[in-house]
Design a protein around this ligand. Structure first.
Ligand code: B12
Length: 250
């Protein structure tokens, strides 16, 4: 797995242990050192580390540390922003490597962070894993209005709608989006999967979502379960394979 390294048991000789690069990457993101973070991301890949391992052990840990520093007033918005930029650029480097592992086509999903909310790191990570698992993704970005989700679902006829939210004050926008889908008669046509730090399964149920994922990995599992629940398989373009509506607005 790891090139250019010689290991005897847990002892690495000649070159650095690749986990050292991951720790350095974590550190660079926390410090907001964008150039170093991108260089180290490339180095981690060159050392043969799996992109999902780099995300989980480096990037996610870094963002958690940044969140802690914000909580304790050690960091302010500009610090968090540079760390977020470093994260985004590192993810851009990892994306091709992750997508190259893409298995067979599973289905199509429209995604976005709901209206009023600009957080997208978690959504982007989740979407990268979705793509690596065979989903075609149409990402509408951040601060997406319910009407925009509705318009895109009508046009693209996805299997899944993925809604992300990080800021508690915008959680209601998830419900607004589902209400708008119901009003447009689309609620039974697309399965809705929700996630983001403040979201719980109770909240997801209360707003009429079809499933909730606590993190990216559980999100993938739920997305696949929702697809498996669809009758008659998936045709690549259209609503043809949709499960028949199970009741009014659902
Ligand atoms: C980075 C960050 C920012 C960056 C965002 C950059 C970006 N491009 O995303 C910036 C600086 C812009 C920012 C702005 C603000 N932020 Co901010 N931010 C954070 C921070 C530090 C990290 C968030 C993050 O990326 N987490 C890491 C990701 C990986 O986690 P995640 O999003 O939960 O995603 C995982 C899962 O939830 C899941 N997932 C995510 N989406 C989905 C979707 C589906 C369908 C599924 C299945 C799964 C899934 O998969 C992911 C991977 O496992 C948090 C603190 C923290 N500890 O979380 C605060 C935090 C979220 N922010 C907060 C606040 C208050 C703000 C501001 C209001 C600050 C201000 N005064 O302006 C603004 C918000 C403006 C707005 N309208 O949205 C608060 C929110 C508090 C609350 N009550 O909601 C937090 C918690 C900080 C705090 N402790 O006070 N922020």
């Amino acid at each position: 797995m790891i090139k250019n390294n010689i290991s005897y048991g847990n002892v690495w000789i000649g070159y650095d242990h690749p986990m050292k690069s991951i720790r350095q990457l974590e550190c660079a993101i926390v410090k907001g050192d964008i150039n170093r973070a991108t260089a180290l991301t490339g180095k981690c890949l060159q050392e043969g580390l799996h992109p999902s391992h780099i995300i989980e052990q480096g990037i996610l840990r870094a963002i958690e540390a940044v969140g802690e520093k914000w909580k304790t007033y050690e960091y302010f918005i500009p610090n968090v922003l540079v760390s977020a930029i470093a994260t985004k650029l590192s993810l851009n480097i990892l994306q091709p490597a992750l997508i190259a592992l893409r298995p067979r086509y599973i289905g199509k999903a429209v995604a976005g962070t709901v209206r009023g909310d600009v957080h997208d790191i978690g959504k982007n990570i989740f979407l990268m894993f979705m793509e690596a698992n065979g989903f075609e993704i149409i990402d509408l970005g951040i601060d997406v209005a319910p009407e925009h989700f509705v318009k895109t679902v009508k046009k693209e006829k996805p299997d899944l709608l993925l809604l992300s939210c990080l800021y508690t004050l915008t959680m209601h926008a998830m419900e607004d989006t589902i209400i708008a889908l119901k009003k447009a008669g689309l609620k039974g046509q697309v399965k809705i999967l929700v996630g983001g730090a403040p979201i719980t399964s109770g909240f997801a149920d209360s707003i009429g979502a079809d499933a909730f994922g606590i993190d990216a990995m559980e999100g993938i599992k739920k997305a696949k379960e929702l697809m498996a629940g669809r009758k008659g398989g998936r045709k690549k373009n259209g609503f043809e394979s949709r499960i028949p509506s199970t009741g009014p607005g659902h």
